[in-house]
Ligand binder design. Structure first.
Ligand code: FES
Length: 106
């Protein structure tokens, strides 16, 4: 399986407490900055179809809450913190290089 680092945006385009959508091929990815660190996970809720970029991010707890039925997901691990979602979001590795944000896709 091939893996690649893909550039998302300049680091300064994503401020602390913000999220952005990133699409690459058929992948829909959520990129979020919390506590000065950048995280990336799949963007579509694992419970039903909801786009987590329209949800609410809790910067302190490093979670995003689904706008539809309010499951919160840990941005680092993708694990749901409460029902009804039971399956984790897929997390992606992130690196900052040359003042830009990259995520590793497979
Ligand atoms: S669609 Fe996200 S919790 Fe139901």
């Amino acid at each position: 399986m091939s893996e690649e680092w893909v550039k998302v945006c300049d680091e300064k385009s994503l401020t602390n407490g913000d999220m952005l959508d990133f699409d690459h091929g058929s992948k829909k990815i959520l990129v979020a900055k919390a506590g000065g660190k950048v995280y990336a996970t799949d963007r579509i809720c694992t419970h039903a179809y909801a786009d987590l970029s329209t949800g609410i991010m809790n910067e302190e707890e490093k979670t995003v809450t689904c706008p539809l039925h309010l499951s919160a997901f840990n941005l680092e691990t993708g694990l749901p913190q409460n029902l009804p979602a039971e399956e984790p979001l897929k997390p992606y590795k992130v690196k900052i290089q040359d003042n830009a944000i990259y995520i590793k896709l497979d």
